[in-house]
Design a protein around this ligand. Structure first.
Ligand code: ADP
Ligand code: MG
Length: 253
């Protein structure tokens, strides 16, 4: 057990879309500074799980606490939602930048609107984080003028501008050309080293192995197996995980 504060506590979390039960009882605790990789076959509920954690979805059963805020209830007031969104930030596969806004404006809009941070503080913060992801010279360009890897680094800087307690990454490198994957993983590795709490859905097994302290293997809506990466990758217990790992290995070679 870690003595650091729990950031996310979920217990028997369930989520259905109509008759389709996607999450069938997910239980786990994430502590401050944890870097957790989520792996598993397509369609097993990884994205749905992340979306529940920042309340892009309401859950149908079980309990979910984020930074001490109970977000299980089907109806949450705006104040609680704003509080949650300022603590939990998300980075998507397809970046989700506003194409009609400059990089700088993409970074300042949410802190200004949601956190009510002053314009000049937002700007300073944005420039600081752009520098941190190696894009200090791109503040005034539009997203279309950037490569995929640069766009994703902007999206990470945008997340950081919210000063989140935890960042959720949903396959952040899956939409990138292979030669651009490394620059994004490099930024994420640096964040992990700086102590950021992170949940990363990924197919990058080397990243999961080297950067995360825990790996969750999702299968058919439950956590089928979890543990430190060395254990999970070197001594998988379930046949499903063994099969999954061998399929990934073959597709990467
Ligand atoms: P993963 O990220 O592991 O590939 P998802 O969480 O995206 O899986 O999806 C899990 C299952 O839920 C899939 O069968 C998918 O089709 C279904 N699903 C996801 N989002 C929705 C939605 N908004 N409405 C209906 N079904 C959905
Ligand atoms: Mg997904």
């Amino acid at each position: 057990m870690s003595d650091l504060a729990p950031v996310i506590v979920c217990d028997e979390l369930k989520k259905s879309y109509g008759p389709l039960e996607v999450l069938k009882g997910v239980t786990g605790t994430l502590h401050q500074g944890d870097v957790v990789s989520v792996i598993g076959p397509s369609g097993c509920g990884k994205s749905t799980f992340l979306r529940c954690l920042n309340r892009l979805e309401t859950i149908n059963g079980g309990s979910l606490e984020v930074m001490g805020i109970d977000i299980s209830h089907p109806q949450l007031n705006q104040k609680v939602l704003r509080q949650l969104r300022s603590k939990v930030s998300m980075v998507f596969q397809h970046f989700n930048l506003f194409p009609h806004l400059t990089v700088l404006k993409n970074l300042t809009i949410a802190p200004q609107k949601v956190l009510k941070t002053s314009e000049s503080d937002c700007r300073d913060r944005a420039l600081h984080y752009l520098e941190k992801v190696g894009l200090g010279d791109k503040a005034n360009v539009y997203p279309d003028q950037l490569s995929g890897g640069q766009k994703q680094r902007v999206a990470i800087a945008r997340s950081l501008c919210m000063k989140p307690e935890v960042i959720l990454f949903d396959e952040p490198t899956s939409a990138l050309d292979p030669e651009l994957v490394g620059e994004v993983l490099g930024v994420m590795r640096q964040l992990a080293e700086d102590g950021m709490t992170m949940v990363v859905v990924t197919h990058e097994m080397q990243f999961a192995r080297e950067v995360s302290n825990r790996v969750l293997f999702f299968n058919q809506g439950i956590i089928e197996e979890s543990g430190p990466p060395a254990e999970l990758f070197n001594q998988p217990k379930s046949d499903r995980l063994k099969n999954f790992l061998s399929r990934i290995k073959n597709s990467n070679s």
